[in-house]
Design a protein around this ligand. Structure first.
Ligand SMILES: Cc1cc2nc3c(=O)[nH]c(=O)nc-3n(C[C@H](O)[C@H](O)[C@H](O)COP(=O)(O)O)c2cc1C
Length: 273
């Protein structure tokens, strides 16, 4: 399996190897003004690099990008995320180039899990598994499987986890999907089982990133690795399929690349027919 990507400006789509192998309180601070900055992140907001391209979404630094400008929303404010929180997990959050020199306690992972376990997956399958890679010996097992550009980042991270798909997630269905006693049998179809595991693990990884950001962490997801090699190293029985490595730490102000442009609504949304 070739290594798929090794740079900071990684643009690979999600790549998988072919080897089969109680909710917290709802925010109620819904003040009418968008603050434009998060209380906990001091990095810059959305910004452009080089010549502005009208085909992409790229607001100049300092622009107001709040939900309140020209919003067509008709939601009860009590059911909406407040603008500062939206800054924290979306607008001002960045993939870090390094972390603050501060350890991350394993308890933090428990708190992330307590949030993101509520996220939806197909048939409530929840196939994502998280493996802490702790200690020099375990790190040494992982590093050779990473693309060269990712090794130093992982070696320097306060906490690194492996994200894998549980290929036997369907064993849990009698517990997590109890109202359908036949649910497990649907996944006797191995192709469907693998597709469901990979798709929903990727989805859960997205929730995991947002959950970690919501607790004030910076998150470095990486798919630039030999996933088959890492799977063989850590899960030789084939029960799991490694999809990604994620580094976690506390954010260091400014330790990120300039924001790359995002596609516009018009580029992304169309109408069927
Ligand atoms: C699934 C996934 C895989 C990624 N893989 C890598 C990687 O292997 N190496 C790397 O340096 N960055 C990786 N990234 C980081 C992306 O390049 C980065 O999140 C993206 O460019 C957006 O940057 P921003 O958060 O600063 O706006 C990955 C991100 C995601 C979500």
């Amino acid at each position: 399996m070739p290594i798929v990507s090794d740079t900071d400006t990684d643009t690979e789509p999600f790549v998988s190897n072919a080897r089969p192998t109680g909710p917290g309180p709802r925010p109620t601070d819904s003040g009418p003004q968008h603050t434009g900055s998060s209380p906990r992140l001091t990095g810059s907001g959305p910004q452009s690099r080089g010549e502005p391209d009208p085909a992409v979404e790229s607001l100049p630094a300092g622009s107001d990008s709040g939900l309140d400008s020209g919003s067509g929303l008709d939601s009860d404010p009590a059911t909406m995320i407040d603008p500062g929180s939206a800054d924290l997990i979306f607008r001002e959050a960045h993939t870090p180039t390094r972390f603050a020199d501060r350890p991350v306690d394993e308890q933090v992972l428990r708190e992330i899990h307590d949030l993101v376990k509520w996220a939806p997956t197909s048939m409530n399958t929840q196939p994502m598994r998280i493996t802490l890679v702790q200690g020099e010996a375990n790190l040494a097992r992982l590093l050779p499987h990473l693309s060269p550009g990712n090794r130093a980042k992982v070696a320097a991270a306060p906490l690194t986890v492996l994200i894998s798909a549980d290929r036997n997630f369907h064993d849990q269905l009698p517990i997590v999907f109890p109202h359908n006693p036949d649910a497990r049998r649907i996944f006797d179809n191995e192709v469907l089982r693998e597709r469901t595991a990979v798709f929903n693990t990727a989805l859960q990884l997205g929730y995991f990133i947002l959950g970690a950001r919501s607790l004030g962490l910076a998150v470095g997801p990486m798919t630039g690795l030999d996933t088959a090699g890492a799977t063989g190293e850590f899960f030789p029985d084939g029960s799991r399929q490694v999809l990604a490595v994620v580094t976690l730490g506390y954010p260091e102000p400014g330790a990120h690349h300039p924001r790359n442009p995002r596609l516009t609504y018009e580029q992304v949304v169309d109408v069927a027919g």
